[in-house]
Design a protein around this ligand. Structure first.
Ligand SMILES: [Zn+2]
Length: 307
């Protein structure tokens, strides 16, 4: 009796594997690109990965890169391979690996870790050639530092992971403001000639006047609305928006809010107004994009359709 049950289970598994075999052959693991500039992301997707004659489902796997682990999110897609058979919808697993100006240069291993085994891939990281600004400290500057409440709230928000992608991958994001850029992503600093090891400018600065509208670049949900008077000393009045699958956008130094925490926002919707709250040398919008908790280059998201 037991033998019979096992046998039918085996047949069932065999049928399932046969059913998915065309997909396995097509999309074992898709890594793009394999050469990145600091600040860019690597997209990894697939459904299964084969180890010998067996397959691990990517839902049970993770990618390890530079000491951090990244999980795969299940995504509903229209598989091209299925299109000929009537456009049946399938699903795949996706993860996005962020790099920043602090990511080491050269050949770095991306490791796929699955219950059935491990496989290493090579990722080549090129310099983003970010400029360096020298700051000469003349006197002891009395600077404000982030409150614990602010640090924790921002850290939690940028590490939010919701499984569904809300942005449209067929076009670039809309610019959140129309003003010219006054500071780019990735700028490094030296203080009296010594490189600040962990510092880089984490977003794009738009040189707009106080009261200028800030609009949402893509669909998402407001997950944090921080107020200067409630302890957001560095970021000032700020908003963080979750676009799904570990992608968050941030807006700092606002003078006014036009949305509420928990609200869903559409591309082009007014989020708030430019200001100079928190640590800012004048009115401007600081716009940042986080992928799985790391500050990536927002410029890429405004120029290219990101899958
Ligand atoms: Zn900035």
């Amino acid at each position: 009796m037991l033998k019979k049950t096992n046998f039918s289970l085996f047949l069932f598994l065999l049928l399932i594997i046969n059913l998915f075999l065309p997909l396995v052959a097509q999309a074992a693991l898709w890594i793009n690109p394999l050469v990145v500039k600091q600040g860019e992301i690597v997209l990894i997707k697939g459904l299964y990965y084969n180890f010998g004659n067996a397959y691990s489902m990517l839902a049970d796997c993770q990618i390890s890169f530079q000491g951090k682990n990244y999980l795969f999110a299940r995504e509903i897609v229209d598989f091209q391979g299925f299109e000929s058979s009537g456009g049946t919808y399938g699903f795949q697993y996706t993860t996005r690996i962020p790099t920043t100006p602090l990511t080491k240069l050269g050949d770095l291993p991306l490791t796929l870790k699955c219950p059935l085994g491990e496989e290493k891939f090579n990722l080549k990281v090129l310099s983003g050639n970010f400029p360096v600004q020298n700051i000469v400290l003349t006197s002891s500057k009395n600077s404000l530092s982030a409150t614990e409440k602010e640090t924790n709230a921002v850290k939690n928000a940028i590490n939010t992971f919701t499984p569904f992608k809300l942005w449209d991958s067929t076009k670039p994001w809309l610019a959140p403001n129309k003003a010219r850029l006054s500071s780019l992503y990735g700028l490094r600093r030296t203080y009296n000639g010594v490189l600040a090891q962990n510092y880089f400018h984490k977003g794009l600065d738009f040189a707009a006047f106080t009261g200028n509208p800030i609009t949402s670049p893509a669909k998402g949900k407001v997950i944090l609305l921080g107020k200067e008077k409630e302890g957001f000393a560095v970021h000032g009045n700020c908003l963080l928006i979750d676009h799904g699958q570990g992608v968050i956008s941030g807006y700092l130094h606002l003078s006014e809010f036009n949305v509420a925490e928990g609200e869903m926002v559409e591309p082009g919707q007014v989020l708030g107004k430019v200001g100079e709250s928190g640590i800012a040398t004048g009115p401007h919008l600081h716009f940042g994009v986080y992928v799985n908790g790391e500050n990536v280059n927002p410029d890429n998201w405004l120029k290219f359709a990101i899958p």
